[in-house]
Design a protein around this ligand. Structure first.
Ligand code: MG
Ligand code: ZN
Length: 237
């Protein structure tokens, strides 16, 4: 197989493949440059930013809906909502009384730094000190795009299965914190928490892991404490 890839070939399949990879790298570099601009702009306004990623239905919006009212006592919060279509999630967030700006990606299955760049110009940056970006529900490509955040937080719900770290390692590798969500469902699903923790840590030994449920509120004191500690350490930098 390896020999086949490097050997000269009669058709142009190999060349097309190389072309695709080069475009990918150009895009990555371009995204990286805009992400760096976002990071500087957000830092200049004293904003700490968390990029929240997961598969569809893992509970990103429900997590934010339960988290934000607790945090509103000590932070001014803003939210950027990424969705392929529909504004229902942004409406649920806006109903909490925090500014929520919706990015409708129009079919694109991830957010990139340029989308976030235009979104942050719609927010009053001087009045925000903690910004959540809810990424598009997808376990694959969001992990490839730096948005200019300070850290990435990923959710894995126990109903998705404990095989996900090994199947989608990149998101686990790129995240600072893994939230094992919907632990209230553990009695009804076959999800091996110890295995998921072990596999995730094997991919990313520095990954923090918290088990919680946005339905019951279990584990929320740990998640809120993690945010407080992260914001404090980000502000010291
Ligand atoms: Mg959502
Ligand atoms: Zn994508």
């Amino acid at each position: 197989m390896q020999g086949e890839q490097t050997a000269p070939r009669g058709n142009n399949t190999g060349r097309e493949l190389m072309h695709e990879i080069r475009i990918g790298e150009d895009l990555r570099e371009k995204n990286e440059a805009i992400a760096e601009e976002n990071r500087k702009l957000l830092a200049a306004h004293g904003i700490v930013t968390l990029n929240v990623m997961s598969a569809p239905g893992a509970g990103k919006t429900s997590l934010l809906v339960r988290t934000i009212p607790v945090l509103m006592k000590r932070y001014t919060i803003g939210v950027i909502e990424g969705d392929i279509q529909t504004t229902t999630d942004a409406e649920r967030i806006a109903a909490l009384g925090v500014p929520a700006y919706q990015i409708e990606t129009g079919g694109v299955c991830h957010l990139d730094a340029a989308m976030v760049h235009s979104a942050i110009h719609h927010l009053d940056l001087d009045s925000i000190d903690l910004l959540f970006i809810e990424n598009v529900g997808n376990l694959v490509c969001p992990a490839e795009f730096d948005l200019g955040e300070d850290a990435r937080v990923m959710l894995l719900s126990v109903s998705e299965g404990d095989d996900k770290p090994n199947k989608y390692p990149l998101m686990f590798r790129e995240s600072r914190l893994l939230l094992l969500n919907k632990i209230d469902l553990l009695p009804y699903v076959s999800f091996d928490v110890a295995k998921a923790r072990r596999d995730a840590r094997e991919i990313n030994p520095r990954l923090d892991i918290i088990e919680l449920s946005s339905t019951t509120g279990a584990g929320f004191e740990l998640w809120i404490a993690w945010i407080d500690e992260f914001v404090a350490s980000a502000r010291r930098r």
